[in-house]
Design a protein around this ligand. Structure first.
Ligand code: 4AZ
Length: 248
C-alpha cells in the first residue's frame, strides 16, 4: 500500500495473507497476495494469485508478518478455483477472481474472534466518489513489501474517467473498476493483489473490490484497478454451492 498507515488491531478482521511453500520443500511460507474471508471456509482472492504448483495457506488474524502473534489462525487451502474466463494479456487481466476452499475441522475453518471475522458480500452498487478502504502487506513508497498490515482511503473513480485516453483508455473491461487518487500517491501495489477494497453503507462494511492490476503504483492518472465483486456474485454463489455438493 502506498500512502498508507499501520492498521489498528482488529479493524480489518477479514484480511487474509495468502502464503506459499514450494511442494516438498523445507522453506518457510512466504506472503504472495492478500485475500478476504467471506465464510469460515472460503477466501476470495485474485485469479492471478493462484499458482497450482505451490501449497497455499491462508493466514488470518495477524498484523505483522513473520511475528508469532497469538491472534493468528493458519488454515490450509484445500482447493483453489480460478474463474473459468480468467485471462492475462500484456496490459490487462480480466475476470481476476478466485475462491479458496479451506481445510475444515468438523465443518469449521476460521473461528470467529475479536481479530477474525468474515466480511459481507455487496448488495447494491456504490456511487462514484465514495470513499473506501484498501489494505495489505504489499509494496510501499519506501520498500518492497511491508511487515505491518497497512490501510489507506481511496475514492471510487467512474468508468468514463478511467477509460479516458489520459488514464487507461479502452483496456478497462466489465467486472473492473478504478479507485484511488488521480493526483497519485495513495494506491495498492504488488503484494496487495487479491486483498480487499472495503466500503461502508448504512454502517455496514462489505467487500466491494479485490486488488487486481494497475500501471505501476501511486502514479498520477494511473489509479489501481479492482475486480468488481458485485459483478461476480452469481459466480461466487454457484461456485461455493457446487464445491459443497461435490464434497458432501
Ligand atoms: C501488481 O503488480 C499490482 N497500483 C497490483 C496493484 C497495482 C499495480 C500492480 C495497482 O500486482
Amino acid at each position: 500500500i502506498w500512502g498508507g498507515l499501520k492498521a489498528i488491531p482488529g479493524s480489518l478482521p477479514w484480511q487474509v495473507s495468502l502464503q506459499v511453500r514450494p511442494k516438498g520443500g523445507k522453506q518457510v511460507h512466504r506472503h504472495i497476495c492478500g485475500g478476504v474471508l467471506i465464510e469460515s471456509c472460503w477466501v476470495l482472492t485474485a485469479g492471478h494469485c493462484i499458482d497450482q504448483k505451490h501449497e497455499m495457506q491462508a493466514v488470518v488474524g495477524g498484523l505483522v508478518l513473520g511475528l508469532e502473534e497469538p491472534t493468528v489462525q493458519t488454515l490450509e487451502v484445500e482447493e483453489a478455483i480460478v474463474h473459468e474466463n480468467y485471462r492475462e494479456s500484456p496490459n490487462v487481466v480480466s475476470n481476476d477472481i478466485a475462491l479458496l476452499r479451506l481445510k475444515s475441522n468438523k465443518g469449521t475453518c476460521a473461528k470467529e474472534t475479536q481479530f477474525v471475522r468474515k466480511i459481507c458480500l455487496p448488495e447494491s452498487p456504490m456511487h462514484d466518489g465514495s470513499e473506501c478502504t484498501i489494505s495489505g502487506w504489499g509494496a510501499t513508497e519506501n520498500a518492497l513489501y511491508s511487515d505491518h498490515l497497512l490501510d489507506a482511503k481511496v475514492l471510487l473513480i467512474n468508468h468514463e474517467t478511467c477509460s479516458s485516453n489520459e488514464v487507461y483508455g479502452s483496456v478497462l473491461g466489465s467486472g473492473m473498476f478504478c479507485a484511488g487518487h488521480l493526483q497519485g500517491g495513495v494506491d495498492s501495489c504488488q503484494g496487495d493483489s487479491g486483498g480487499p477494497l472495503i466500503c461502508k453503507q448504512n454502517q455496514a462494511e462489505f467487500i466491494y473490490g479485490l486488488v487486481s492490476w494497475g500501471d505501476q503504483c501511486g502514479r498520477k492518472n494511473k489509479p489501481g484497478v479492482y475486480t468488481q465483486v458485485s459483478y461476480f456474485l452469481d459466480w461466487i454463489k454457484s461456485t461455493t454451492r457446487a464445491a459443497l455438493e461435490r464434497s458432501a
